[in-house]
Design a protein around this ligand. Structure first.
Ligand SMILES: [Zn+2]
Ligand SMILES: [Zn+2]
Length: 94
């Protein structure tokens, strides 16, 4: 196992993450998130919780899905409980 794929560090608790056919080696979750976590198609923040999927892409929250013009998700959210992060208050939002 070599250096962290993101920052190049070889110190710390190195671990690997497998996602689909992608594998990364990291020294911290910060680096793992930087490389592996998907980005919201609307606001670009890293999605750390359950993403909101649509045919147009994936979003960090229903708000972003709505803003990006996804009426299906928005309508469904009216009376169906959908597990999403409470406020889209993810770190790294500018
Ligand atoms: Zn690193
Ligand atoms: Zn977003």
């Amino acid at each position: 196992m070599g250096a962290c794929d993101v920052c190049g560090s070889t110190e710390g608790r190195m671990f690997t993450v497998n996602m689909g056919n992608q594998t990364g080696t990291f020294d911290s979750f910060e680096c793992a998130i930087h490389m592996m976590a998907p980005a919201c198609e609307h606001c670009g923040c890293r999605i750390l919780g359950h993403p909101v999927d649509s045919e147009a892409g994936i979003y960090c929250c229903l708000h972003c899905a709505k803003e990006a013009g996804n009426p299906h998700q928005a309508a469904k959210a009216g009376h169906t409980a959908v597990a999403v992060p409470a406020h889209g208050n993810a770190p790294g939002q500018g």
